[in-house]
Design a protein around this ligand. Structure first.
Ligand code: ZN
Length: 154
């Protein structure tokens, strides 16, 4: 009886955590989509990104490569630099993007030790999870910490 009560409590706690976790993903991905819409309205690729730490958005950005004539200003990089400016680092944070981070963004994500990446759409050959060039997910670069968890939310 005691064990059943514990299992019941664990199941409800698990359900609460899963629901809350999933709702948070949806909330942050919605913010990415709003930022992506801003990018599109400025003639950019439709990509937006936020960096979240302890439930707080500490950085956000959207595609600015064409506007700034700077190929490095992808949404994820802009969001990470915003977080760095505000908080000093992104270690252990979660990055959300409506698009899979590309190789350029993957390098920046790994450099700043972001621990989780949530995306809603793969970007193809230049994506950081592409098995041929998996810069986002590889653990073979020994000077980097463990690769971030990658979560796909559609
Ligand atoms: Zn990128």
């Amino acid at each position: 009886m005691y064990i059943l009560a514990i299992r019941s409590f664990q199941a409800s706690a698990y359900k609460f955590i899963v629901e809350r976790y999933m709702n948070n993903h949806a909330i942050y991905l919605e913010r990415c989509l709003a930022l992506a819409q801003l990018a599109a309205s400025e003639g950019e690729n439709r990509v937006g990104s936020v960096v979240v730490l302890d439930g707080e958005i500490i950085g956000e950005g959207y595609e600015k490569s064409r506007t700034l004539n700077d190929v490095t200003r992808h949404a994820e990089v802009v969001a990470i630099l915003d977080a760095i400016t505000k908080k000093g680092n992104c270690r252990g944070a979660t990055l959300y993007s409506n698009m899979e981070p590309c190789l350029l963004c993957s390098y920046v994500i790994r450099h700043y030790q972001i621990s989780t990446v949530v995306l809603s759409k793969y970007c193809g050959q230049l994506g950081g999870t592409n098995p041929q060039f998996n810069l986002l997910t590889t653990n073979e670069i020994t000077t980097w910490i463990k690769a971030p968890a990658v979560i796909i939310e559609s």
